[in-house]
Design a protein around this ligand. Structure first.
Ligand code: SAH
Length: 215
């Protein structure tokens, strides 16, 4: 029988550690979450290769390295609340749940949200999957200690900035003027009764775009 755990360990060694994502808990999560159960059956054998894969409706499950990198950049600690925009397969959601974060994840495509919620539940990952337009964030459970956007944004939505806790941090792929997208980490720093933002740029990347409205 196929031992997916050895594929997952090899993925961590060759794709993730090799590119300098070293946080032990993130590596443990990447070794422990069965990625092959988050892709369509036809792609299960390819689940641990160094690529994003199609999950239907022209959407993709992100490349393993990108999931690990964004999770490390999130710098989240156990028990923190996280808002994820773009549930997709629910794989990133499962990684966050594995790290014992309180996860709220929004997906605009109804059947993807439903499938992801069922899959997470069946695998015992504790996360709330919401169906809606993530550009509006999700005010009901705000503020969030962390926000992670897993679809490419043209701009940073004011709702995300508002719903981020003071002292919080968001990670997102943002379209940049030179073309393509780049990972941005934005910290919300308390300052004289209000707040200011501090930005730091990371890898260039390629995500499917954020699309307006829920369907
Ligand atoms: N984190 C996912 C990656 C999914 S790809 C995974 O690990 O599988 C990005 C997802 O963002 C797609 O499923 C897409 O439908 C969703 N998306 C795009 N625009 C959105 C919006 N406005 N609100 C919520 N989700 C959105």
């Amino acid at each position: 029988m196929w031992n997916w755990r050895s594929d997952a360990s090899e993925m961590v060694e060759l794709q993730i550690l090799a590119r300098n994502v070293c946080s032990p808990r993130v590596l443990e999560a990447m070794r422990s979450v069965p990625r092959h159960l988050f892709v369509p059956e036809a792609y299960a054998a390819d689940a641990y290769i160094d690529r994003p894969l199609p999950i239907g409706s022209c959407q993709t499950i992100s490349q393993p390295y990108m999931v690990a990198k964004m999770t490390e950049l999130l710098q989240a600690e156990e028990g923190m609340s996280v808002l994820e925009i773009g549930t997709g397969s629910g794989y990133q959601t499962a990684i966050l749940a594995y790290l014992k974060l309180r996860v709220y994840s929004i997906e605009r495509i109804g059947y993807l949200a439903k499938d992801a919620a069922e899959r997470l539940k069946a695998l015992n990952f504790d996360a709330k999957v919401l169906h809606g337009d993530g550009r509006e964030g999700y005010p009901d459970f705000a503020p969030y200690d962390r926000i992670i956007v897993t679809a490419a944004a043209e701009r940073i939505e004011p709702t995300w900035e508002e719903q981020l806790a003071s002292g919080g941090r968001m990670i997102l792929p943002l379209n940049v003027a030179t073309g393509g997208q780049r990972l941005l980490a934005r910290n919300k720093i308390p300052s004289e009764g209000t707040w200011r933002f501090e930005d730091k740029w990371y890898d260039y990347c390629r995500f499917v775009p954020i699309v307006e409205g829920a369907s």
